[in-house]
Design a protein around this ligand. Structure first.
Ligand code: HEM
Length: 292
């Protein structure tokens, strides 16, 4: 479950938020302990505006509002968000229970501006039908990719997260052949094999998102995208969520996608997917929250 709140500016609301942040690890443990094998994980992110109000004395170095990226064809919009809750478990009841506690604690102090209940779709596929997450870093590599280190000692162990809610144009997507869809993503559909560099189009999704620094080191983020949808509203979506130790890495990927690399060579996935939200948060470590 993904929940985005905007928080009121009055002092009672800010102090309710501060208290909730302090209690968040404990609340998560209370719900989790009722079904330990379901592996409930709760993550809370704080947006730039709220951070300055709740913690005026110090701020994570790279925390800033998500900036809109306006390409010639498509825009990565920036939308309001002060608190992001990312709740995961093997069964939705745990997420729902924790979300209910959180929202009751914020009653009168904050509004839910976005709520998405994602689901697993067959073998880790998104609603475009492709396996999503293959090239995610794992284990120690993942930890290194997402956690703030000695470069910002006061916020050690924290992370930055960017979320965007995408809606797919399934009619246009389904009018492509399977080979056409594979050229959009840069991998084969059924068996999930990456295309070789001489065949992979330069505007395919993975060509534009496989990035490295000036010394040739891979720059990675950890994605936990989830499909979501509503049959009645004809919504078929992907909730993009990317964690990184430096939000600049995710922003570079977004510039490649929306502005193009080189400029104008934008990500073909955007011809079938519209970003309807976009926001950025700092995720403090459990130690930080517990120390409040
Ligand atoms: C419409 C929303 C999106 C969909 C459906 C989607 C889907 C996919 C799929 C199917 C893959 C290939 C398998 C894999 O390695 O996961 C992929 C790779 C990737 N995506 Fe996305 N994605 C979306 C948005 C984004 C955004 C917004 C970013 C970054 C800001 C991003 C970053 C990446 C990266 C870094 C890879 C791995 C590239 C590599 O092969 O090294 N994706 N995505």
């Amino acid at each position: 479950m993904f929940l985005v709140f905007t928080v009121h500016d009055d002092s009672a609301s800010l102090s309710a938020v501060r208290k909730l942040l302090a209690d968040f690890p404990g609340l998560t443990r209370s719900v989790s302990f009722r079904a330990p094998s379901d592996e409930l994980i709760g993550i809370v992110g704080v947006g730039s505006r709220l951070w300055d109000q709740v913690f005026p004395d110090s701020r994570p170095t790279s925390l800033h509002p998500f900036e809109e990226i306006r390409g010639d064809q498509y825009t990565a919009v920036s939308t309001p968000g002060d608190l992001l809750f990312h709740l995961r478990a093997d069964h939705i009841d745990l997420c729902f229970e924790l979300a209910a506690h959180l929202s009751s604690r914020l009653d009168g102090h904050a509004e839910v501006v976005d709520e998405v209940h994602g689901f697993k779709y067959f073998d880790e596929r998104d609603l475009l039908g492709f396996v999503d997450g293959t090239e995610n870093p794992e284990g120690d590599d993942a930890r290194k990719a997402v956690t703030v280190g000695a470069e910002d000692p006061d916020f050690l162990g924290g992370s930055y997260v960017i979320v965007q809610k995408y809606l797919h144009d399934m009619t246009a997507w389904n009018s492509l052949s399977t080979e056409g869809q594979e050229r959009v993503i840069g991998r084969t559909k059924v068996d999930n094999i990456e295309m070789s560099d001489d065949v992979k189009p330069s505007n395919s999704h993975i060509a534009l998102n496989d990035i490295s620094d000036d010394d040739g080191n891979d720059l990675s983020i950890l994605r936990e995208n989830m499909p979501f949808g509503s049959i009645g509203d004809r919504d078929f979506g992907t909730y993009f969520i990317g964690y990184a130790k430096d939000p600049g890495i995710t922003e570079q990927m977004l510039r490649n996608m929306f502005l193009g690399n080189p400029i104008g060579n934008y990500d073909r996935i955007l011809d079938f997917s519209a970003a309807t939200t976009g926001s950025l948060y700092f995720v403090p470590s459990v130690e930080f929250l517990s120390s409040l």
